[in-house]
Design a protein. Structure first.
Length: 155
């Protein structure tokens, strides 16, 4: 894609340089705690859960979650939503954020990727959490996620 953009004079840098810069930005200086805060902020309708500061508009949060639900897990998005049922976004670094609006933001980080570009361990972690805690978005039973997390952790 970078070569195509360069050919059409959309990309100013050399393709290899642009890809290296993109990869460095995606894979460095972000922790699983950082991405968990991002997920929690989206779950909280764009308001940072620790500071109470509005970080993104309600509209931007809703649109972001819509995109996450439909294509956030690359070519595996449909299977992800059917199996795990949590709107999510994965990154090439191995990070995944998942959000149940108004309930919980979740994150994982494990760099080994599957053929679709998603973290192998992250996908399995989300699958187990979804199954064990009943987090599937399409489940008809309304769940108290906070209570289920307390029960799961033994608190």
């Amino acid at each position: 894609m970078a070569h195509m953009l360069k050919t059409h004079e959309v990309l100013g840098a050399e393709p290899e340089e642009a890809i290296r810069g993109y990869t460095d930005q995606c894979c460095v200086l972000v922790t699983v705690r950082d991405i968990a805060r991002m997920a929690a902020t989206l779950a909280n309708n764009g308001v940072h859960p620790e500071t109470g500061e509005r970080v993104v508009s309600e509209e931007a949060a809703r649109r972001t979650l819509s995109v996450m639900a439909t294509c956030g897990m690359y070519d595996g998005s449909g299977r992800w939503l059917a199996r795990i049922g949590i709107p999510a976004k994965s990154g090439i670094s191995g990070g995944i954020i998942g959000v149940l609006p108004g309930q919980v933001g979740l994150a994982s980080f494990a760099p080994r990727l599957d053929d679709e570009g998603n973290s192998i361990q992250g996908v399995e972690m989300f699958a187990r959490l979804s199954a064990d805690l009943g987090l599937h978005l399409m489940a008809s039973e309304r769940r108290d996620v906070a209570q289920r997390l307390r029960e799961f952790s033994g608190d």
